[in-house]
Design a protein. Sequence first.
Length: 481
Amino acid sequence: MKFYDAFEMGVYNLRRTILRTILTTAGVIVGIGTLSSMISFGAGMEKNIVETFTKNDLFTSLFVTEKSIDVEAAMSGDIETAKESLEKKSSPLNDSTLAIIKDIDGVEIAFPEISFPARIVIGENDEKDNIRALPAEMSKYPPFDELAYGKFFESDDSHDMIISVSALKEMKIILKTDRKKKLDKDEKEEGYTLMPPDSVLGMKIDIVTATVRASSMATTALKAITGMDYNKVMKKKPFKNHVTKFRVSGILKPDNNMGSNRFFAGAIIPIKTSESIPRVNFSSVWDILGSDSENNKSKYQSFYVRAESMSAIGPVSDKLKEMNFSILSITDQLDEIRNVFIVIDSFLGAIGIISLFVAALGIMNTMIMSILERTREIGIMKAIGGGETDIRKIFFVEATIIGTMGGLFGLILGWIVTEIAGFIINNFFNQDGEIPIDLFDFPFWLIGGAILFSIGVSLVSALYPAYRAAKVDPVQALRHE
């Protein structure tokens, strides 16, 4: 029997029992729809993370710190290795070391990571947040090459500032965008103001930092040593505020917040300007205690190094490791991230497979019922020369048709479900004018894999019915009523 004849007969048999065929196919549709929508969620999350890292150039980024103890060796009991890691001191993170790093082949840009706490003040509203200092050259690289509004500062010593949407919101300012045309009732009651982006650009902002009041500190220490009353000692605070004025030149895109976590802060200011702002400048207890050797003291906590390309990451990283620095690279964590998503996809896919298992039982039941109803027909086919292979071929064709239709319409069902879910999530949980997030993704491997998996499940379900149909005794079948 030719394949076309088997296909034509399979279609005819399915059409004869159209209601049963529809119900059986519906089971496959639900199973594939559940499976595809579940896996598409994991695929969407992975795509969002990888694309965000790529968009923000994190795959070409290295973060350099001083060499510390080898934690893995210490935890595993290898004390000698851990001890050696402490003895091998790295160069201090100062301007001289930074100049050496900039000269390494493959390094495109390098600068110290400077961040400090401050109060951002607009009018009567203020917010406590971190201020990040960056060079003006970063305007060429993502995510700062495309701001939501305005432009990046052009000079390292200007008093321009880039501010985030979240920082503005903390100060009761919400940007007026296409997605946010009016304030909600709760926002009005809480005193929020809806402002066009053009009104925010050029706005004057104060950065308030804490500085040490030297005379007060000395007096406080002396009085504390003499045992005077603590409350009297602390009447004059050892710190005072210093105000530095800035102008808003740009506003970060809301979707940059996740991808630029290493750079993200309430506000970004020029790196040279940050050095001139008086402030209490320590980030750990070691900065307070100081270093045994002033010559070996690091000026900075860490450096940011951007390689020219992903292929240059390896050589640059190796060179920095030779200098005995500790290196952090997102590229090193990519395989681990993907392994995590494989586990997530497997867990989500298991839920869909349960639905498909139920659908497979339905296919098997349909095929067995079909054998009972067509016993006489099968007997006639075998009596006129039809072989067991021909009988099996017909049943496999029927199963393939059910699997193909179930796979195609199941993908459509899964896509519809994810579109509805995405619409609900973005409209009910993302109402601050931020860019909608695609939580689900249907890559080609998922589309093709879902259809092939549906056909495979259908064929496996048809194995026993096809085998049973092929073994029907033609003599007994002809006597069957």
